[in-house]
Write a protein of this length. Structure first.
Lengths: 351, 351
């Protein structure tokens, strides 16, 4: 026992008052994402969100809620190093809502968890504003979150962030891959770059080759920091716009291309009775991928870890494929037909 | 550029195959929490949860979804040190669902985010099983989650975890404190101990006094590790059981006592037109609180940081207070009348 000494929470590295200031500053970012369905008030223990658009009755006959949790991996470490935090906020939302829409769900709201060494409101506000921007792109509300100061768990200047999103879909409109059938067509939507997976490998390549993040490379047409930290594309409007145009089941499966690349993620979207064939020559990977490859990653490993330029796959009944391509083209989604479904046992072949 | 060298994702510290094994092992823990409303299948991009109990129609006329995000703070560091991870899983669920029920919401599902230095399935399975146990106590489904290996962000053996939960409440049954009125009675439910807030201070006290976590202290009646790592009480069944017994608004507000203690959290539960008075002598704080205090924390700071033995407060119309007390007693919740509401300006006075 220590005599005459007294410990306070603030001495221990946690400043409740600074936290109150921070909470105020993020409220306007949150407010920018609110629609009429948000019911909660600032300071509440939990965020409240009305399921129906109208004030009375219910828009869904058999609502199915869909939930996702995801982070952005070690892309945070690159973002911190390059002092580019806004994009990480968009990445965080993207990783979650792009998963959510694979079920056919409309994103409703998002919550974030931010764990920091020390709360630096000026630096971190940029991150929250990125999250709010991502939420606006995904038409969902930033309903709440948690910011935790943990000086003994995170190194100085470091932080980690996790996100969580909830959506809803009418039960008979859920998409879970069980209707995928031989003959279906795989339509790929371009990624904006590496998105948010494979950054332990990206960072390894940068370190081992002593690459300068601030250097502008001719083959990239921009600095390395700009190329590797480009925010993940959010596919919500393209995909939900398309789905709402069909009353029939034109889209039978969808895959968000994350860790594991095209093969592993498309495998999650098809049933056990089908295979998928993906034609690697049917699109042109953006320059960041050949750039990484030439700095020491084998081609097979590239396809196992990265999206290689296709961030989202729709599996479409062949009779609707032309119409789907046209609609996606019209919405500016730049789709490519990248493969098709055959009879099989749940495998994906890249050729 | 490095000649002849080739980098793989596994070399970079991320083992996708080990992750696949881990995913399999947590599926049985998740399955133990599933009811008939869970629709999703393993390996899906997102978890699906049917809002209605019946297969047809909708149980809610105007469903309001409620969402929370929270972590367990630096209690993780103590849990890691003492090798007691199961309880941390319960803490994680508790921190979220106890927030959720303050709105009157029924918890539906939970998702976790676990970020680790290195995936050690044997050690971390205990944590996931704790999360599943917490979900069963809260009658909600562990619908999914994300495990991220980030060797460069977390020190060896360290991890962080965040949780997210979603609930639902009929709109006319939401509780948001706007009906709190002078004369209402504050009923406190006992905490199991420190719960999951204030651990930077707890750890400071332990370190500065060189206290041994494994030592059994007479005044605690158990080891220090047991006392400070006791899992957070989950109030879901006590509170929802009580609410379902009333068709009228017997409960006008609720507060989960977290960081900021009784004063700050009860203030969040009352409107601007009321004050609350809490009588500090109306319950007996469990031994861990005087223990911490005598090792160097001032009484006022104790009340600002810790729950001091009351983990949850219900604000109840006085005419229903006796009935509420009886019902909570019958359910084994051991309630105490700890104060009352007066006219005021949103302040909370402890006396």
């Amino acid at each position: 026992m220590v005599d005459r000494q007294s410990f306070s929470y603030k001495d221990s590295g946690v400043d409740i008052d600074a936290n109150a200031v921070w909470v105020k500053r993020i409220q306007s970012a949150m407010g920018s994402t609110y629609g009429p369905r948000v019911l909660s008030s600032a300071g509440a223990f939990a965020g409240m969100f009305r399921l129906s658009n109208g004030n009375r009755g219910n828009d869904y006959k058999q609502p199915v809620l869909v939930g996702c949790a995801d982070g952005v991996g070690t892309k945070v470490l690159l973002g911190i190093k390059a002092k580019r935090l806004f994009g990480l906020g968009i990445d965080l939302v993207a990783m979650n809502v792009n998963d959510l829409i694979t079920c056919g769900a409309e994103p409703l709201f998002f919550l974030d968890y931010l764990a920091v060494n020390k709360l630096d409101p000026n630096a971190l506000l940029e991150l929250i504003e990125g999250i709010a921007d991502g939420c606006r792109q995904a038409d969902c509300a930033l309903l709440g979150g948690e910011t935790a100061e943990m000086p003994d768990l995170y190194a100085k200047g470091d932080f980690d962030l996790a996100g969580f999103s909830v959506g809803v879909v009418e039960q008979r409109r859920t998409i879970d891959g069980q209707h995928v059938a031989p003959g279906d067509v795989l339509i790929g939507l371009p990624s904006s770059g590496v998105h948010s997976n494979g950054y332990s490998l990206v960072r390894r390549v940068i370190t081992a080759n002593k690459l300068n993040l601030k250097k502008k490379f001719d083959e990239l047409g921009e600095t390395l920091a700009e190329a590797v930290l480009k925010p993940t594309k959010i596919y919500v409007r393209d995909v939900l716009g398309l789905l709402s145009a069909y009353r029939v089941r034109a889209v039978t499966g969808m895959a968000h291309i994350t860790g594991g690349g095209l093969a592993e993620n498309v495998a999650r979207a098809i049933g056990d009775g089908c295979d998928a064939v993906i034609e690697k020559g049917s699109w042109q990977p953006p320059p960041i991928f050949p750039f990484i490859q030439k700095h020491g990653v084998k081609p097979a490993e590239m396809f196992k870890v990265f999206n290689m330029g296709i961030g989202f796959i729709l599996i479409v009944r062949s009779r609707y494929a032309a119409g789907v391509m046209r609609k996606l083209d019209d919405s500016g989604a730049s789709p490519h037909v990248v493969g098709h479904v055959t009879r099989g046992t749940g495998k994906v072949r890249l050729r």
